[in-house]
Design a protein around this ligand. Structure first.
Ligand code: SIN
Length: 348
């Protein structure tokens, strides 16, 4: 039997939404650092990534709960220093956990600053038969009101249970909500309500230790990409942020780097001043792939609506926001450099 149903839910026939893990479940926690592993410093600040995964687990209230939980430290960084090399280590370790067959779920502890990027990346490269759940915290581990312990507890409970297929295989448990990697966005630089799923809504909500899955909300199915052979093999893709009064020299300073691709964090529907678009079009002419994404928190960047993508040689990002577009473009460029094909990747 995979789990135990609690009595009130069994009586109310709501058992699918309320599931308690049994002691046969085996989880792997991969710690990467972040504020969840942070310690306060004299003077009111804190340093991220100071505490090892095993100690984090001890604060979750689930150490010794009967769940079998293995813990490994993959990295110990503030997530502003998260990079492709750590992503590769993480993805390979999760793949190995799937191949060895001993685990029912994986939890990744992570800084909140780039959690949405790691979640999106993993969702595009992993095809594993168990849930991968990321979590973190906005307050360091030794703060009196630390949010890490409950977030980690929720992540472990989520990873220990069967997740509906519609939720996708990479999830984030944070501040009592369950988010899909596809929709996740950090929306607050300081508050506990740090994440949202703009354009959708959380897949579920914790009520105590139980999850209520939101009816009718599903993570879209997505294409899977191969992992690059090494961190050095990733195509180089940067971001250019558009704004009022932007000057073409700013754009040229970037495109002169000769990188493989650029994502425009465009105003409105992925737009920028005519002079800046002209510099990007020159870069596209020279072979860089230019993707027009959006500064706006939500919405769809439409191909050839306001901007003539065909004439300028651009790719429209569709539903993907700026950090997602950068990751998707790196993964797509590892497969092809043909702009028309890359455009298809952004329409899926
Ligand atoms: C980080 O992203 O590592 C620092 C901020 C945080 O975890 O909230």
């Amino acid at each position: 039997m995979a789990g135990i149903t609690c009595l009130p839910c069994w009586r109310s026939k709501a058992w699918a939404a309320c599931w308690m893990p049994d002691s046969m479940r085996r989880l792997l926690v991969l710690a990467t650092g972040g504020t969840i592993a942070g310690r306060q410093t004299a003077g009111g600040g804190y340093r991220a990534g100071q505490i090892e995964g095993q100690e984090l687990l001890a604060h979750s209230g689930l150490d010794g709960s009967g769940l079998h939980i293995d813990v490994e430290d993959i990295a110990s960084v503030g997530s502003q220093d998260m990079n492709q090399a750590i992503w590769l280590r993480l993805a390979r370790r999760i793949e190995a956990a799937a191949v060895s067959g001993g685990f029912d779920g994986v939890v990744v502890t992570h800084g909140t600053d780039t959690m949405e990027e790691t979640a999106f990346f993993l969702s595009r490269v992993l095809a594993v038969p168990f849930p991968v759940v990321l979590t973190g915290a906005m307050r360091p581990a030794d703060a009196p009101d630390a949010d890490g312990p409950v977030n980690l507890r929720h992540a472990l409970l989520l990873a220990a249970q069967p997740v509906p297929d519609s939720a996708g295989n990479v999830l984030v448990a944070f501040n009592g909500n369950v988010h899909a990697a596809q929709w996740l966005r950090k929306v607050s630089a300081s508050g506990l309500v740090a994440f949202a799923s703009p354009g959708a809504c959380p897949l579920g909500t914790f009520i105590g230790d139980h999850i209520r899955w939101t009816p009718g909300v599903a993570a879209p199915a997505s294409r899977r990409y191969s992992l690059p052979a090494s961190a050095g093999a990733w195509p180089k893709v940067g971001v250019i942020y558009a704004h009022a009064g932007m000057e073409p020299e700013q754009v040229r300073a970037c495109t002169d780097l000769g990188w493989d691709g650029w994502v425009l964090a465009g105003v409105g529907n992925g737009n920028a001043s005519g002079a800046c678009l002209a510099v990007l079009a020159e870069a596209a002419e020279r072979g860089a792939v230019v993707v027009r994404s959006r500064r706006c928190i939500d919405g769809w960047v439409t191909r050839a609506a306001e901007v003539d993508d065909d004439a300028l040689g651009f790719v429209a990002a569709g539903i993907y926001d700026v950090p997602q577009s950068r990751i998707l473009l790196m993964l797509a460029l590892a497969e092809t450099r043909q702009r028309e094909l890359i455009q298809q990747h952004f329409l899926q």
